[in-house]
Write a protein that binds this ligand. Structure first.
Ligand code: 5GP
Ligand code: MN
Ligand code: MN
Length: 319
């Protein structure tokens, strides 16, 4: 890890052309925070930086007045592409993965693409790797750089609550808070949602169902709401609510997107959300993973999902 990290730092330090910083589709707090933090740090080094990321509404405050760049269909000759928090090249949004590529990520399923790949599944967040990278680059921490990086750690650990919250992660986060980040304000702001979100939550919660004697809990975005202003992106964390159904070992939230259905999967105990996601053509981490079922509406998606969850519950010895 140290060796790769320093190779990435050296490549960035020695590079004088344009640097494109990109992340995954449907960027979450870690995607936005890690890419924004690195972009700001590179900018502080005097680099020419293009941050290609369209944060969802609830994360737009992180960027403040820092401008994001429009997507590109081709990486210019001689440019460098830094890809953050993307489990695979196909998840990257805004730029094709080509040219000289530095891949910075913490997904175990990452195929280690790119010319330099700094992939460490023991890290709770890609932002944790960015913290080390910015240190390696020797950039002075400011609250402006530290805030998005800390936001990435906060969101990927569920406010420092999930099993990926290691002593090392907490020390790293403490270092960032010591740089003058308004911590309580940040955690508060990260939870803000528009008024419509709370009405939407009511509709989503009315779709909750239990399967396999309660071991699986599911919910979905009611079909009529697909395409309604903001409903899809406001649905990002509903899986984070239903996962606390007592007695459940798997939680899945389904939402239709065009002709496809996207699944957010969470698990506990010996059950692996990652196993379920991989069987459905997706990926992620053991306790938190996702997949997109192409060409399937909600009922087909449920039909595809249930046997795969059943198989995983059996494998883990719960059925
Ligand atoms: P979420 O449910 O929050 O969208 O995603 C949970 C985790 O699974 C994240 O780490 C995310 O990167 C990963 N993930 C979600 N959807 C996909 C997918 O379609 N393919 C892959 N490889 N990973 C995914
Ligand atoms: Mn992410
Ligand atoms: Mn992440």
């Amino acid at each position: 890890y140290r060796e790769k990290l320093h190779a990435a730092a050296e490549a960035l330090e020695n590079f004088s052309g344009p640097i494109y910083v990109v992340t995954h589709v449907d960027p979450d707090g870690d995607a936005v925070g890690s890419s924004l933090g690195l972009a700001l740090a590179l900018e502080a080094m005097g680099k020419e930086v293009f941050w290609i990321c369209q944060p969802p509404r609830y994360l737009q405050f992180l960027a403040g007045d820092y401008r994001n760049s429009p997507p590109i269909s081709q990486v210019p000759e001689g440019a460098l592409l830094v890809v953050l928090d993307a489990a695979e090249p196909s998840r990257v949004e805004g730029a094709p993965v080509e040219g000289y590529v530095i891949n910075i990520d913490h997904h175990g399923t990452n195929p280690r693409f790119g010319d330099i790949s700094v992939v460490d599944p023991s890290k709770a967040a890609t932002a944790q790797i960015v913290k080390d990278l910015v240190d390696a680059l020797g950039v002075a921490w400011t609250p402006a750089i530290a805030t998005p990086v800390l936001a990435g750690m906060i969101t990927d650990t569920g406010n420092f609550a999930f099993a990926n919250t290691t002593p090392e992660l907490l020390r790293t986060a403490a270092d960032l808070i010591a740089q003058g980040v308004a911590y309580a304000e940040l955690t508060d702001r990260l939870k803000w949602r528009p008024p419509g979100y709370f009405q939407l939550m009511g509709k989503v919660l009315s779709t909750v169902e239990f399967h396999f004697g309660g071991l699986l809990v599911t919910a979905h975005l009611p079909p009529g709401l697909q395409g309604e202003n903001g409903a899809e992106e406001d649905s990002d964390d509903f899986v984070g609510t239903i996962r606390y159904a007592e007695g459940s070992l798997v939680a899945v939230f389904l939402r239709e997107r065009g002709p496809d259905t996207k699944l957010s999967i969470r698990s506990r105990g010996r059950v692996s959300a990652q196993n379920i996601a991989v069987k459905l053509g997706g990926g992620g981490h053991v306790p938190a993973a996702g997949a997109t079922l192409r060409g399937m509406g909600l009922s087909d998606a449920y039909g595809r999902l249930l046997p795969v969850v059943e198989e995983e519950l059996k494998r883990a010895g719960y059925l």
